[in-house]
Design a protein around this ligand. Structure first.
Ligand SMILES: *[C@@H]1O[C@H](CO)[C@@H](O)[C@H](O)[C@H]1NC(C)=O
Length: 222
């Protein structure tokens, strides 16, 4: 009897652990929880406060204008239009968002990560060299050239990029598994932080001369 009890507890704990590993963007506890801005004095909540369901309407679930290309006239030659909970308040607690990605010829969406979301991308126009790198110690690169209609997945948290290798512009759309996936662009975070990371840290980390670090920091100064 006692042994059975211990076993049941162990099984229950195992089950609970299995449920806990999916501990982010949890399933909603209601049909919807349309986001409202936090009252000025409020404490932070994990997500946003919910609008009174009686006041919710179709507009809370609508975004218009994703047919309009982003302006790619910048150094990288790319533009990401992210439709997250800030653009569609109805996405609050639903664990999903959408992006439109425009690339000029040879435009690059530079190496970056989404700390809170896996990304699934479909190429609608043009061709893209894409890739992601696994975590330490392997740092293995998974890479492909994608053409119109091809779909590729970038797992949550891993560094990835897309580069337009076609002669014309390219267009892609992506779904992300968070209402607020977040983006960390590697070069901007490391060389463009405010205030800058100490030269001692960066020269040692990258094993190069101070001049190289200073040149890089100049490129990513906001
Ligand atoms: C992306 O395009 C939008 C809309 O044209 C523009 O407002 C924004 O500044 C662009 N972003 C970059 C990084 O060029």
């Amino acid at each position: 009897m006692a042994r059975f009890g211990v076993l049941s507890v162990a099984v229950l704990l195992g089950l609970q652990a299995a449920l806990l590993v999916s501990g982010f963007d949890p399933s909603p506890l209601q049909d919807f929880c349309v986001a409202v801005d936090e009252p000025k004095s409020a404490v932070f909540v994990n997500g946003k406060f919910c609008k009174d369901p009686k006041l919710v309407n179709a507009e809370d679930f609508l975004f218009q204008g994703l047919n309009i290309p982003g302006n790619t006239n910048n150094k990288q030659g790319s533009n990401v239009t992210l439709i997250n909970v800030d653009r569609i308040p109805g996405l609050n607690t639903l664990g999903i968002s959408l992006a439109r990605l425009d690339y000029a010829p040879y435009g690059l969406n530079p190496p970056h990560t989404h700390p809170r979301g896996t990304e699934i991308l479909v190429v609608v126009e043009g061709s893209l060299l894409v890739g992601f790198v696994t975590s330490n110690p392997d740092n293995k690169l998974f890479t492909k050239v994608l053409y119109k209609g091809d779909v590729f997945v970038f797992p949550i948290g891993l560094i990835h990029f897309q580069f337009n290798v076609g002669h014309g512009p390219a267009l892609a759309f992506a779904g992300l598994s968070s209402q607020n996936p977040g983006t960390i662009t590697i070069a901007n975070a490391v060389f463009g932080s405010k205030p800058p990371i100490s030269l001692d840290v960066l020269t040692k980390a990258f094993q190069v001369d101070e001049k190289v670090i200073e040149a890089l920091q100049m490129q990513f100064k906001a």
